[in-house]
Design a protein around this ligand. Structure first.
Ligand code: ADP
Ligand code: MG
Length: 706
């Protein structure tokens, strides 16, 4: 058996105190195979054994704390629910604290002695302003072996089986401490260039590893934590920027050399309104990219209603002026069709041929579309993911635009790249789901980003109101008034898969109730939900779009993209069951015309704290970015739409909603490094090169970046 060259690769069972049986437990329970795995399994909290806390300083925010003082009294008490518990009064030099035990009364009375000095150990909780410590660990001061230790004690996540093998935190501490004592700085070589660690006053890899497990004080804990967080994000950025640099060299696009008659004619004679400043700005950014041989890879972020479609169209016109084709892909048929209609409408009586393609386009129409694409006769094609199918072949695809890009997988998007033999199309992906800045840095760090941060003029801010069931009659009255004024109304019900039947029943009941208040033939109501056939759905939707129905009762299928400017009221039922970004998307369906729009959030009386916060956020702001930030804080990155697909967010310590300063620093430094040394060839970047190679081996998917 060959000796591993690096101690970090040594199987965990060879670590002192582990052995084959515990090694197996480490592997099975925590996926810890090597010394490195063991070291990188960080504690999730610490116990401060370095000192005794004072009762007067305690808050329920404290972690486990250690106190020294006298146990004054013990008594059995009956709570209101006639549950018996034991209450103790404990005193130190600074004050008094209640100790509480809900179990083991007789054992406590037998073992604990009032009037004696104890070391007490536990967590403080706050019940209606009264501080107490439930189930403290108690050790007689006179019998205590060690009263204070030199470092914080790490606490590791574990399992029952680990505990049974003596691998609870206490056992792990011993093993890790022993292991760390045998390591030298050469075993944990520096992974960052010296000029970076010096400039940012970052501790070394070696120190970070020692301190993350056994910090002597808060400062060491922080230094180690920050270093590890920095490194985590720094290498994600290096990875993204390297792949971007690689793409720049490997792929070539056709530069759009001119702005020609098609674009100019449209811009000067067909544009229905003035572009907003933000639209002009992003068009300039896109124009600059399109003029180059290097492939554009740009993300266009703009809130619902900010006017991304026209930006897409203007970009596509630039392609036509340069003898190239363009495509626009949308995630749903309804949305794709709407884009198609918008574009054909706007370019009517111009010499531009626009075609539509989706799974439901069949027969002669399909053949014509495919042929037109192949010959170059069709300039613009709008469609669903049917566009990426292999038999869709272009004459010369210069620009591919993907709307609501998070609805597509990386692979789906990537297949658009392969539509030409000897060059790749420029790529513009668009999203109306605002992404918090730090999340965008992580997920789209290899893309250029354009942001439309301004709505077209004349939009009235949507009024958002939270109402309880008791206001139902008032709501119906309001709906009547607005319908009488010619407005249309959405009523949306949640549809969550696990309770699909129940949800559909809710929708059905709601629909029947509305029928009573808004009876035909004076009123007409559309119903759309996910269980309907696509054709029926479209027909119902169409009735609403054309104004034949005044109310649309729906599940969230209407979430994406639908544009009915005359609809000015969005009623959301069971609002507490929707996520923030979904609520924001739904609200974006109204406020598209000149009328004052309303979003009415109906809820039950019982709402969780988080639900309440979501609703408060919706009422407070219509700014998508603010909502996205709040969403990130409430739910963490793992749940945010579109993030699951990527291993990019597997951070051990970094918290992307809290650690923004660290992320900015890491991003900026990574940017500068790759700008100056895109292949990491310089000597000063040797450590980065080594680390990247190591990470590549560990994360196989690194090789296969979009
Ligand atoms: P989204 O960014 O959500 O895709 P759209 O492109 O659908 O937004 O635009 C929303 C609405 O705003 C459309 O009805 C569109 O015609 C209109 N619009 C877009 N840009 C402007 C503008 N500069 N001035 C006035 N109306 C605009
Ligand atoms: Mg859109």
């Amino acid at each position: 058996m060959g000796q591993p060259t690096n101690i970090l690769d040594t199987p965990v069972e060879y670590v002192k105190g582990v052995g084959p049986s515990r090694g197996e437990t480490f592997r099975k329970e925590l996926n810890i195979h090597t010394v490195s795995d063991l070291l990188y399994a960080f504690p999730f909290r610490y116990i401060d054994r370095t000192r005794f806390h004072l009762i007067k300083d305690l808050t329920s925010d404290n972690d486990l704390v250690q106190l020294k003082g006298t146990l004054l009294s013990l008594e059995k008490v009956k709570s209101k629910s006639s549950r018996q518990y034991v209450k103790g009064v404990f005193k130190d030099a600074s004050g008094f604290l209640e100790l509480v035990w809900f179990q083991g009364a007789s054992w406590i009375e037998k073992t604990l002695k009032t009037g004696e000095e104890y070391i007490v150990f536990g967590r403080v909780s706050d019940f209606n302003g009264i501080k107490s410590m439930p189930h403290p660990e108690m050790e007689l001061l006179s019998e205590a072996s060690v009263t204070v230790s030199k470092t914080f004690d790490p606490v590791y996540p574990g399992t029952e089986k680990m505990d049974a093998k003596g691998l609870d935190s206490r056992g792990r501490r011993k093993i890790v401490k022993g292991l760390l004592a045998t390591l030298t700085p050469t075993d944990l070589p520096e992974t960052l260039p010296a000029y970076v660690t010096e400039k940012l006053r970052i501790c070394s890899s070696f120190e970070a590893m020692q301190w993350i497990h056994f910090p002597a004080n808060e400062q060491q804990k922080e230094l180690a934590t920050n270093r590890i967080k920095f490194e985590e994000f720094f290498y994600v950025q290096i990875r993204l920027l390297l792949s971007k640099a690689y793409r720049r060299i490997k792929y070539r696009s056709v530069p759009f050399e001119v702005i020609g008659p098609v674009f100019n004619h449209f811009y000067h004679h067909k544009l229905p309104w003035q572009l907003t400043g933000a639209q002009k700005k992003v068009i300039r950014e896109i124009r600059a990219d399109l003029g180059k041989h290097t492939q554009m890879n740009r993300l266009l972020q703009g809130d619902v209603g900010s006017g991304k479609t026209i930006v897409a169209l203007l970009s596509m016109l630039m392609a036509i002026d340069n003898g190239l084709q363009a495509c626009l892909m949308a995630p749903t048929e309804i949305l794709a069709q709407q884009h198609f209609e918008t574009i054909t409408g706007l370019t009517a009586d111009m010499d531009i041929r626009v075609a539509y393609l989706s799974g439901s386009v069949k027969g002669k129409k399909r053949t014509e579309a495919l042929e037109g694409l192949l010959t170059g006769d069709i300039h613009i094609i709008v469609g669903t993911h049917a566009l990426i199918e292999e038999n869709v072949v272009f004459h010369k695809l210069g620009l591919a635009i993907v709307d609501e890009q998070h609805r597509f997988g990386v692979a789906q998007r990537a297949s658009l790249w392969k539509k030409n033999e000897d060059f790749v199309p420029h790529i513009l992906v668009m999203t109306a789901t605002p992404i918090p800045r730090t999340l965008a840095m992580t997920l789209y760090g290899d893309l250029e980003v354009s942001i439309i941060d301004e709505l077209p003029p004349g939009r009235k801010e949507i009024k958002t109101i939270h109402k309880y069931e008791s206001a139902r009659a008032e709501l119906i009255q309001f709906m009547h008034t607005e319908i009488a004024r010619g407005r249309q109304i959405y009523v949306v019900y949640p549809l969550i898969e696990e309770s699909e039947k129940l949800d559909l029943k809710n929708l059905q009941d709601g629909y029947e109730r509305l029928l009573q208040y808004f009876p035909p033939p004076d009123f007409q109501i559309s119903v759309v939900h996910g269980r309907m056939k696509a054709a029926d759905k479209d027909a119902e939707m169409q009735r609403f779009v054309t104004g034949q129905t005044q109310i649309m009762v729906a599940t969230t299928v209407i979430e994406v993209g639908v544009n009915v400017p005359n609809a000015s009221i969005m009623v959301i039922e069971n609002t507490e069951r929707f996520g923030l970004s979904q609520l924001h998307q739904l609200r974006g369906r109204v406020g598209r015309g000149a009328e004052q729009s309303y979003c009415i959030l109906m809820t039950d009386y019982k709402i969780s704290k988080e639900g309440r916060e979501r609703i408060a956020t919706m009422v407070r702001t219509t700014n998508g970015f603010e909502i996205a930030e709040a969403d990130l804080k409430l739910r963490g990155p793992g749940d945010i739409q579109g993030t699951q697909q990527s291993g990019l967010l597997d951070f051990k310590l970094l918290n992307i909603s809290a650690d923004t300063a660290i992320m900015d620093a890491a991003r900026n430094i990574a940017l500068r490094i790759i700008e100056n040394d895109s292949n990491l060839e310089k000597d000063i970047h040797q450590s980065i090169r080594t680390q990247v190679a190591k990470l590549r081996k560990k994360h196989k998917d690194w090789a296969r970046i979009s």
